[in-house]
Design a protein around this ligand. Structure first.
Ligand code: ZN
Ligand code: ZN
Length: 369
């Protein structure tokens, strides 16, 4: 195992902003207010719970508050961004920028900005026409560059190594909550071995026995026992980027029903993975898994999408669902995670991360299943 962080190239923030500006020009959008923190990070590297990026074809400004001023100053200087430190709410700073740059129309991220925040902004910036933006940034984010891919591979490795350090018998006797905490500790330890820092990408799901029938079960006081199903859904966040995977174990000798359900889910998962290549519609990938589960008589027991794209956010863009006509593109990373959930009995989900390559796909997750 390598002990150093891989050579991750510096993210090309300026090139990303140039691509966005080109999209704005084509769409004749004079200015865009970026409010989604993941998008602000994608375009600048700035991480904050309270920041906007304002982009026009000729200017870009980072807007944040005094808590982030020191970090923002360094970053803005490095990247030649204007910096506005908001004294009383970001809205007034947006108004200042619009006045200085004679902006009359401002596009905003309507898939992110809350109604309350939108109304506040409109009060502070009354003299511009607000219009919803197209998902230009998300479209760019869906295709990962070399550096993003290296970081996401590391986030996968760290999560896998954390899980692999816990032997089957170690789960037994813990509560679901304790098991989730243990996995989190192992995750941080695994990251340290890589000279990296990791945190949970989302609250882990640890579900045992009948709780495994609840796809998004919150780990509780239920004791993990031998002779039971254990479903674990976890992932790491490493320098902003997420991994997400699920393994379902049977602690002890699996019974016939578990073996049967597990083999159907695995067959469905492998079938969906096999379809992944550039150009395939996401609903086709979903159908590949869903049809196998339906043919086994479990259509009603698979109530979620087959997967979701992943990157700076655990869920990026539209899902691999029945009605999604979007097509896979090389550089896209998606999860493939069909499941069968039987109330009162339990459930099985198997989730891997898969990269779409120019010729097909590569499964990034290497844990046995
Ligand atoms: Zn998951
Ligand atoms: Zn997932």
């Amino acid at each position: 195992m390598a002990r150093s962080e891989p050579n991750v190239p510096a993210p090309p923030y300026a090139a990303r902003r140039r691509r966005l500006v080109a999209a704005l020009r084509t769409a004749r959008v004079p200015a865009l207010l970026v409010s989604n923190p993941a998008n602000v990070t994608y375009l600048t590297g700035f991480e904050s719970s309270n920041a906007f990026l304002l982009c026009t074809p000729t200017a870009a400004a980072l807007i944040t508050d005094f808590r982030y001023e020191t970090a923002a100053r360094t970053l803005a200087a490095d990247q030649q961004l204007e910096l506005l430190i908001a004294k009383d709410g970001l809205g007034r700073a947006v108004a200042t920028f619009c006045r200085q740059h004679h902006i009359r129309t401002l596009a905003f991220e309507d898939d992110h900005l809350t109604v309350a925040r939108y109304e506040t902004l409109r009060r502070h910036v009354p003299n511009v026409r607000w219009r919803p933006a197209r998902p230009w940034i998300m479209a760019a984010r869906l295709v990962k560059d070399e550096g993003e891919l290296a970081t996401m591979r590391l986030a996968v490795r760290i999560a896998e190594q954390a899980f692999a350090t816990i032997r089957d018998h170690e789960w037994i006797g813990l509560t679901e909550r304790e098991a989730a905490d243990l996995l989190e500790e192992r995750l941080r330890a695994a990251a340290r071995k890589w000279g990296a820092h990791a945190e949970p990408a989302f609250p882990f799901i640890v579900a045992t026995g009948p709780n495994a029938a609840i796809p998004h079960h919150r780990p509780g006081a239920t004791l993990i026992r031998e002779g039971q199903i254990l479903l674990v859904d976890w992932g790491a966040r490493v320098t902003g980027y997420c991994s997400d995977m699920t393994r379902t174990l049977f602690l002890g000798t699996p019974d016939a029903q578990f073996k049967k359900v597990y083999s159907i889910v695995l067959k469905a998962q492998l079938a969906a993975i096999r379809t992944l290549k550039p150009g395939v519609t996401l609903k086709h990938v979903d159908a590949a898994a869903r049809s196998i589960i339906a043919a086994a008589g479990h259509a009603a027991h698979f109530g979620h999408a087959t997967g979701h794209r992943i990157g700076l956010e655990v869920h990026e863009g539209l899902k691999l669902a029945k009605n999604n006509p979007e097509r896979a593109r090389a550089g896209m990373i998606t999860t493939i995670e069909p499941g069968i959930y039987l109330p009162g009995w339990g459930g099985v989900r198997i989730e891997d991360m898969v990269l779409v390559t120019p010729r097909g796909h590569e499964v990034l997750t290497a844990l046995p299943k």
